[in-house]
Every structure is written in C-alpha cells, then in structure tokens.
Design a protein around this ligand. Structure first.
Ligand code: MG
Length: 203
C-alpha cells in the first residue's frame, strides 16, 4: 500500500507557513514503512531537531481506480480515519529553499500514525466533519472539512490522474492551522468530533 498526502489544503495553514495557495493540489507520498498503528509511540529521529505534528483526516481506498472523475470519487473510499503527518520541518525548510523534493522531510519511518478507520456511513455530512488535536491535553489544532480547498472527491480525482489507487491505500487530506513542534515526553491525542481516535506518545 501507499500513503498519498496533499499539502496546502487549508488557507489558514498555508498562511501560517508563509506559503502561497497552489494553482493545483500539491501531492507527496509516504512509503508503507511510515505507517504507525495501534497507538504505538513515535521515536524522535536523530536527523531532525524540529519534528512537527499535522493532524489530518485520512481516507481509505476500497477499490482500484485510475483517472477517476470527481462525481464517481466517493465510491472509491469507504472509511475515514485520523492521522498525523509528522514532518521534519527543518529538513523541509532546507529542501524548499534549495528547490529540492520533500521526501526525507515527510517519508521517514513512523511519520504516519493512523487511527482505526470508521465507516463513511457514520458521517451524515462529509462536508462538515470536525477534527482536532490535543498536545498534552491542550487543543492545538482544529479543522473542518468545509474549509478544505480541495474536497475529498477532488483530491481522489486529481491524485488518480497520476497514480493508480489501490485497495488499502491511504490518503491524507491536509492539515488545518496550528501545526507545531513536539518534544520527547509529549502526548498527542487526535479526535474526530468528540471521539478520541488516536494517541501518540513521543519517545
Ligand atoms: Mg500534511
């Protein structure tokens, strides 16, 4: 499986990092070795001094698809979960300045904690899903799908122009404002609505 992520999908987050609104979606990939499940701890890697959390809703792909039209995209995912797109912000900033790819800033081991997924049918309105992240008990991020620049169906459609989607692939749909650094000993807790979906201790 692969993990496809969209960057810059919420205006307030684009602003906080001093980026510009993209003319089309910005995608990157994390390998399957990035996946961190069952609330396992995240071990702070030695190659970065500035690991940031980014809480994101995650779609689970349920059938193979290529060149999917937006109007058919909703049938290609059947579950929604919550994930953290851990980012080595220091490496990413250096890469951006040098015009180089983001791979090592985004694709490293354990950089994608993901919760168990919920059936899509649990959500009465996919365009109004609230999600949030607490750091040591204090809310640091809150998002709502109504604020996405590219909604779920457009993300799937755009990504599938370039990459065939397969059953079990995960799509990270972008982070709202409030990203920030973690340190050893921190506890991250991710929520969809009022439901605790994900815990991650930094070790
Ligand atoms: Mg992200």
């Amino acid at each position: 499986m692969k993990i496809i992520c969209i960057g810059r999908n919420y205006h307030a987050h684009i602003k906080e990092l001093g980026n510009t609104v993209p003319a089309e979606p910005v995608f990157f990939i994390k390998p399957d070795t990035a996946l961190l499940i069952r609330n396992r701890p995240f071990y702070y890697p030695d190659f970065s001094q500035d690991i940031h959390y980014e809480v994101e809703l995650v779609l689970k792909i349920c059938k193979v698809g290529k060149n999917i039209q937006p109007r058919f995209a909703s049938s290609y995912y059947n579950e929604i979960g919550l994930g953290i797109d851990f980012t080595a912000r220091d490496i990413q900033d250096r890469s951006k300045k040098a015009g180089l790819p983001w791979f090592t800033a985004k694709g490293f081991d354990q950089s994608a904690p993901v919760s168990p997924c919920l059936p899509k049918d649990n959500f009465p309105d996919l365009k109004n899903i609230t999600f949030s992240l607490r750091l040591n008990g204090v809310q640091v991020q809150q998002g709502n799908t109504s604020l996405m620049i590219y909604p779920f169906d457009e993300i799937i459609s755009h990504a599938s122009r370039f990459v065939t989607l397969r059953t079990g692939d995960l799509i990270f749909t972008g982070t709202p404002a409030g990203v920030g650094p973690v340190k050893i000993g921190d506890l991250l807790e991710g929520y969809i609505g009022e439901t605790l979906m994900l815990k991650c201790t930094i070790k």
